[in-house]
Design a protein around this ligand. Structure first.
Ligand code: P70
Length: 532
């Protein structure tokens, strides 16, 4: 491989500015490698991100061709490292190919049905799989397990108020518990719920409450190769058309996710949420935020948006949340805990309703289905999650894997998002029609090669159309390599990259899968497949 090819040659490719004044003042120049970019501001040409001025590239090129370079040096930047050291380790099981073949058959070619003991590197999800800090573990010992009024609840309440800025907090056992309650309270049957692409559990709860989900994300989000700094943005024209067509009274609320999971962990810009706030205010429509990976979203705003380079992650997070009326959270992601979630609102009346409903479905309003110790770990995790150095190294690790795969020309979603690398299974297996489950097939092949567990995010996840009963055929057919927080090392990422490459090199021999068992709800969790 030619080392020179690793250096970003800045090209004027892209970009259709979308969603707000700040974006419109910038032109993004993306590197040939699709990973690095420079932003040229109309007022002053400014380089941000990891794009490099020409002289540092020249300096690296002067090194001897045999010099071993760190990845940071290869990209002409200083390397990052984790802001922690390891105090306790969990041994992993390294299985043989024969064992994996057996395990995969037993699991019906569905990585959700594998036993964790049969997995080597587990990239199924970043949900609840992070490593807690020594402070969080110490906090667990301070759990106040009173049925009512646990002191840990008040710690959590203060942390959410301080870092996210909402007034009233209701704890829930995890994200979908919060989604259930807010959908029940805020949606009248037949109302529309526009959102920036769907998330499986979010949409299901909206639909179970009688809502009709409408995707109003910008078109760029549906194309894995289009480069856009804020691919999670809402298309304000699409939203306005829906409001005009259906009337503001028929919109329950606008549902915005901070970093859009199904689009590849893509962020929403501050300009977009501000414009969205103005638009919804004009029509008297509420704006609710899925804050699950909002800290990661804040990182991209700091990196890419005019005026935010010198603001802290905590400041950006507070400002962004300030444009919404309410939020729900799966704390198992950004907040560095193994279980937990919450709902937060500014409206007192709505809070009263939610606080009442939580006792029916989750538990009393001061524990919401969690132990006191879980609430404490969450309160501490929130404070740790907004530290700039934490989020830089977290996203740095995801990018590292992306850099390796991109330089090997393996098709992934660009730009690389916050929590995962998404392999583009349609491009990986052009010979497979979507009904042969290319992303599910790729997840199975990766597991067979090395014991790495990934997750299908394509046709199996998209389910069926409620009216026609046919499969939904999403544009994106992706296999997600999700990176747990503070768990794996750079060497693990090397092993993952090499395994993806080995599967890629054998891609011609792959024939796909057929579904032989299909559960009614969220079928991807328990569906079973057979080889074609
Ligand atoms: C994942 C997890 C959970 C999630 C999320 C966003 C943006 C809400 C939730 C729900 C777990 C998962 C869930 C469904 C299918 C596959 C995996 N995402 N909003 O791995 O939160 O899990 O706590 O109920 O990403 O992406 P919770």
């Amino acid at each position: 491989m030619c080392r020179r090819s690793l250096f970003p040659q800045l090209l004027k490719r892209t970009i259709k500015p979308n969603g707000g004044a700040a974006d419109r003042r910038s032109i993004f120049l993306w590197g040939q490698d699709d990973l690095h970019f420079a932003r040229v501001n109309v007022e002053q040409a400014a380089y941000i991100g990891s794009a490099q001025p020409a002289d540092s590239i020249r300096r690296s090129n002067e090194m001897s061709p045999n010099t071993l370079l760190t990845i940071g040096q290869q990209f002409s930047r200083r390397s990052w490292a984790e802001p922690w050291k390891i105090k306790m380790v969990e041994p992993l099981h390294m299985s043989s190919r024969e064992e994996r073949e057996k395990a995969l058959h037993k699991a019906g070619f569905n990585t959700f049905l594998l036993r964790s003991d049969d997995v080597y590197i587990d990239l199924l999800t970043d949900s609840g799989t992070g490593a807690m800090s020594d402070r969080q573990w110490a906090g667990m010992m301070l759990g106040d397990e009173a049925y009512a009024g646990s002191r840990n609840f008040y710690h959590l309440e203060s942390a959410v108020q301080k870092f996210y800025g909402y007034k009233y907090i209701v704890p829930t056992h995890q994200g979908r518990g919060a989604e259930h309650l807010i959908s029940k309270v805020a949606i009248k049957p037949g109302q529309y719920v526009p959102g920036n692409m769907y998330f499986t559990t979010t949409r299901l709860h909206q639909e179970l409450a009688g809502g009709i989900f409408v995707d109003v994300i910008i078109d760029e989000a549906h194309d894995p190769q289009i480069l856009h700094p804020f691919k999670g943005n809402i298309d304000l024209d699409k939203l306005e058309t829906l409001i005009k067509r259906e009337g503001a009274d028929n919109i329950a609320y606008v549902s915005v996710a901070g970093t859009v999971n199904m689009a590849g962990g893509q962020p929403v810009s501050m300009a977009n949420i501000k414009d969205l706030r103005d638009l919804t205010k004009r029509h008297g429509i509420k704006l609710f935020l899925d804050a699950t990976r909002m800290v990661e979203n804040a990182f991209f705003i700091q990196e890419r948006e005019d005026g935010y380079a010198d603001k802290s992650i905590a400041e950006i997070l507070r400002e962004f949340c300030g444009y919404s009326d309410a939020a729900w959270m799966s704390a198992k992601k950004d907040s560095l805990v193994n279980i937990g979630g919450w709902l937060a609102v500014n409206d007192e009346e709505m809070f009263e309703e939610l606080r009442n409903l939580v006792v029916v479905y989750e538990g009393l309003h001061t524990y919401g289905g969690l132990a006191g110790r879980d609430l404490e770990a969450m309160a501490i995790g929130i404070a740790e999650s907004v530290q700039d150095e934490h989020i830089q190294s977290r996203i740095g690790q995801v990018r590292y894997l992306g850099e390796l795969l991109t330089t090997w020309n393996i098709p992934i979603v660009h730009p690389v998002g916050g929590h995962a690398i998404f392999l583009d299974a349609k491009a990986f297996y052009p010979q497979l029609e979507q009904i042969k489950f290319p992303a599910q097939t790729l997840a199975a092949e990766l597991y067979l090669d090395s014991g790495i567990r990934s997750m299908e995010r394509g046709i199996a996840s998209a389910g069926r159309n409620a009216e026609t009963g046919d499969h939904n055929y999403p544009k994106l057919e992706l296999t997600r390599l999700t990176i747990p927080r503070r768990v794996y090392t750079q060497a693990h990422m090397d092993v993952v990259a090499e395994s993806v490459r080995a599967v890629y090199e054998n891609r011609d021999q792959t024939r796909g899968l057929k579904m032989v068992h299909e559960p009614k709800y969220l079928r991807f969790f328990q569906a079973r497949f057979e080889r074609l």
